[in-house]
Design a binder for this molecule. Sequence first.
Ligand code: GRF
Length: 202
Amino acid sequence: MKRIAVLASGEGTNLEAILEAVERGEISGRVVLVISDREKAPALERARRRGVRALFLDPRAFPGREAYDEALAAELQEAQVDLVVLAGFMRLLSPVMVRAFPMRIMNIHPSLLPSFPGTEGVRDALEYGVKVTGCTVHFVDEGLDTGPIILQEAVPVIQGDTVETLHARIHAAEYRLYPRAIELFCQNKLRVEGRRCYIDAE
Ligand code: GRF
């Protein structure tokens, strides 16, 4: 049984979808720890409500990004985590974290990468005028939203969409996609060669 940690800075609706999928038996792993860089993140409360250990790790308590990531990696190692899942974690990870968990950190991004990386993926796609956007689950490497792609789902842009309406439909796709990607990892079905992530058949 894989041990999973989720890192989240905000609402934590993806976290909730993951916890529900675990409870339904759709993920053959266990979420053992949730960590946030924001004390008031609703994600922490969602975790506690479901009996999952929730930890606030305060960035202001550390001199810089690397020191923070060392503390983060230490907590995750202490909890013997196999997979780190970023779910709206709004900090770029330093090489310290990425090297501590090579191809064992996943992120979900609200666009079809490599289009529209960064913090405004939904807004940037809408403003560019694309007709199709979506979401991407990928492994985290040392770049910004650049790691090997695990799964993607397309979401059409509808005339009259605002950032909010479009993000709501992308969120709905995320709640399906992220648990599937996590389950593939739990079943040891993901194999990365260079930039490409292969999914092994049953
Ligand atoms: C999601 O849209 C995800 O793609 C992005 O941040 C958002 C997090 O939402 N990385 P939530 O906190 O899971 O509700």
